[in-house]
Design a protein around this ligand. Structure first.
Ligand SMILES: Cc1ncc(COP(=O)(O)O)c(C=O)c1O
Length: 377
């Protein structure tokens, strides 16, 4: 099998991730930090260290504002719903994933919070002038994806963040696809809410997301046990506990800790390789006459294409049946960017590369796509 669906979840994990997950299950199957006995205290310290590492890696400067969630979707929901301003307005982009789009739609229906989706310019960039045009008197928040999970195109979050800060609005960035691939400095980019998926470019197991909060008040979506202020009937307001009711997923957090450490120590090598394989794949696919490539060179390893007007699902099925190549087809949960590109019906075939993929695997994928393009064209 050749696994090229790493933007969904990275398949191969560094050994240290597996080791740490096993350690969590064998040694630390306790409630981290909630008990007064040594194992619980040690586990609690591991969680604290992981918060610190995440805070350092993303330039947050406050480990207490690193909130663990069950997924990036959950982090996005917490960020958007936890900062809602009734009767307000949000500016987002057509690149957004359904975890943002459906949340926006839901709060529009339930709380009358309207939103506007901004389209990119001809280079694929979200222009701050377009954001400015979309801002209304009741706008309180701007949301931009960092790297598109459909095309891999990356937005300039520093430029946008600077602009948003000047307007005194909340800036949220969905970094599900970019975390681990592209350096992000929350303070420098004036990001108030950064949402991260652990199981993609940070090589954690599934079941872990992170919300980084910077200089904005976030209300909890869940209430319950925090291990603090237990006599109080009301939810604590301090972070991280107030936003993390329930037992933490220690195996996933320890996996994330190891994954983050791996990325931190190998950042240059990992991402140079991904960028190289991405460029190579794009260049080769662009040579095939009836293949249309929607991705430009990018640092997140995403390459999407179609062959003539053949449904993307048919191509993905054939790639698996003939060559055991795993890719993603359809809309990749981001319908608006497909609407923008005119691929709502056909979808796109998405190849996504991890640092554990080899050039040989990419060559085999190119050969398979060329064969298919010839056969179907
Ligand atoms: C851009 C983007 N945002 C959010 C998500 C949601 O992440 P998760 O599935 O970890 O909740 C994804 C997942 O593919 C994504 O690509």
């Amino acid at each position: 099998m050749i696994y090229l669906d790493n933007a969904s979840t990275t398949h191969t994990k560094p050994k240290s991730v597996t080791t740490n997950v096993i350690k969590a299950l064998t040694k630390y199957s306790v409630n981290a930090g909630r008990g007064g006995y040594p194992l619980s205290i040690q586990a609690g310290n591991i969680v604290l260290d992981t918060r610190q590492d995440l805070s350092d890696f993303f330039g947050l400067g406050n480990p207490n504002n690193v909130i663990f969630t069950s997924s990036c979707t959950m982090a996005i929901n917490l960020a958007i719903r936890g900062t809602m301003q009734k009767g307000g307005h949000i500016v987002a982009t057509v690149f957004e994933h359904n975890s943002v789009l459906r949340t926006l739609d839901d709060i529009k229906t339930k709380f009358g919070i309207d939103y506007t989706l901004v389209e990119p310019n001809k280079h694929g960039d979200i222009d701050v002038n377009e954001i400015e045009n979309a801002i209304k008197p009741n706008t309180y928040m701007v949301i931009t994806i960092h790297a598109s999970n459909v095309t891999g195109h990356t937005q300039d979050i520093y430029k946008i963040g600077n602009f948003v800060a000047k307007h005194n609005l909340i800036y949220m960035v969905d970094a599900a696809q970019s975390a681990g691939h592209i350096g992000i400095d929350v303070q420098a980019a004036h990001i108030n809410l950064l949402t991260i998926a652990g199981h993609k470019g940070l090589y954690a197991p599934q079941g872990i997301g992170v919300l980084l909060i910077n200089n904005v008040k976030v209300l909890p979506l869940l209430t319950g046990g925090t291990g603090t202020h237990s006599a109080s009937t009301t939810q604590p307001t301090d972070t991280p506990e107030g936003l993390e009711s329930g037992t933490l997923a220690l195996p996933a957090i320890m996996g994330l800790s190891a994954g983050l450490n791996y990325v931190n120590h190998n950042f240059g090598t990992i991402n140079k390789k991904i960028a190289y394989l991405t460029r190579y794949l794009i260049d080769e696919l662009n040579k095939v006459p009836n293949v249309k490539v929607y991705s430009k060179y990018n640092d997140v390893g995403v390459v999407s294409f179609i062959i003539d007007n053949i449904p993307s699902s048919e191509i993905a099925d054939q790639l698996f049946e003939t060559h055991r190549i795993c890719v993603r087809s359809g809309l990749q949960c981001a319908p608006q960017i497909h609407k923008y590109h005119g691929t709502l019906q056909q979808g796109m075939v998405r190849i996504s590369i991890s640092s554990f993929n080899t050039k040989q695997e990419i060559i085999m994928a190119i050969t398979a796509i060329k064969e298919l393009a010839k056969k179907l064209g």
